[in-house]
Design a protein around this ligand. Structure first.
Ligand code: ADP
Ligand code: ADP
Length: 228
């Protein structure tokens, strides 16, 4: 599903944020990406949806080589992925319903299909009854649920999440995790960067630890492994 072969990412300022990463993530896996601040977790994740382009090496997602992908093909490729951010990134002037529907409208789905699917994913995240509200009327946890609904509305094979519980209290974080678990149980691959030790040590999954732009550890059922 996601393969990286000896991937190097050097930013224009000379910082090498990925320093020879080779990894293979298979369909249906649930992977935590952990490591100290500045280790290169976000860069690793951004390489997967071509927010950053590798300086050398191959990044292959869903059979598409992102390193050689033409600029014009990026939007089409992105639609096959779901991406969830720490700060939600919802559109503030659109309602909950519209925020989720928007992702389907851009691919010109039939209106009837959009309505059906949007209500289905809002139901999955438990917020169908708030479809008419604006993001600002929702709690942080609710906004993140909407962002997750948006990420899965086009049925991607992979959902990539960068610290999705980073702005949420512990209880809300657990609720968000149960939604990711449900999505994974339905077959979607999940790659999640996180600093949440409690979650990683309780919901045991594959753990990829990044340090100094390299994979320091890659263990199925591994623990978080850092202090603080
Ligand atoms: P993490 O997510 O683990 O905190 P990042 O991938 O954000 O790590 O950053 C890894 C390194 O790359 C850090 O030294 C960071 O300062 C640097 N870095 C990240 N983004 C950029 C950028 N756009 N330009 C220059 N340096 C960057
Ligand atoms: P939290 O439990 O995360 O602190 P809030 O106290 O922000 O959540 O919100 C509690 C409930 O009230 C949520 O269901 C939220 O959707 C609703 N709510 C909060 N602010 C508004 C608002 N301005 N208009 C309508 N509903 C709101």
């Amino acid at each position: 599903m996601i393969q990286m072969n000896n991937v190097v990412k050097k930013y224009p300022n000379g910082v090498v944020a990925s320093n020879g990463i080779t990894v293979d993530i298979r369909q249906g896996e649930f992977v935590y990406v952990v490591g100290p601040s500045g280790a290169g977790k976000s860069t690793f994740i951004k390489l997967m949806y071509r927010e950053e382009k590798a300086t050398s090496g191959d990044v292959i997602v869903n059979g598409i080589n992102l390193t050689t992908l033409k600029q014009s093909r990026i939007p089409r490729m992105r639609r096959q992925l779901g991406v969830v951010f720490q700060d939600f990134k919802l559109l503030p002037r659109l309602t909950v319903y519209e925020n989720v529907a928007f992702a389907m409208e851009v691919i010109e789905e039939q209106p009837k299909k959009i309505r059906q699917r949007v209500l289905e994913v809002l139901d999955l995240v438990g917020l169908k009854h708030k479809a008419r509200m604006l993001p600002s009327e929702l709690s942080g946890g609710e906004q993140q649920r909407i962002a997750i609904a948006r990420s899965i509305v086009n049925m991607p094979k992979v959902v990539i999440a960068d610290e999705p519980t980073g702005n949420l209290d512990p209880e809300t974080s657990w609720e968000i995790m149960s939604i990711f678990e449900e999505i994974n149980a339905r077959g979607t691959t999940i790659v999640m960067a996180t600093h949440n030790r409690e979650i990683v040590n309780t919901i045991r999954r594959r753990v990829i630890a990044i340090e100094g732009g390299m994979i320091a550890r890659d263990e199925y059922g591994g623990d978080y492994g850092y202090e603080g």
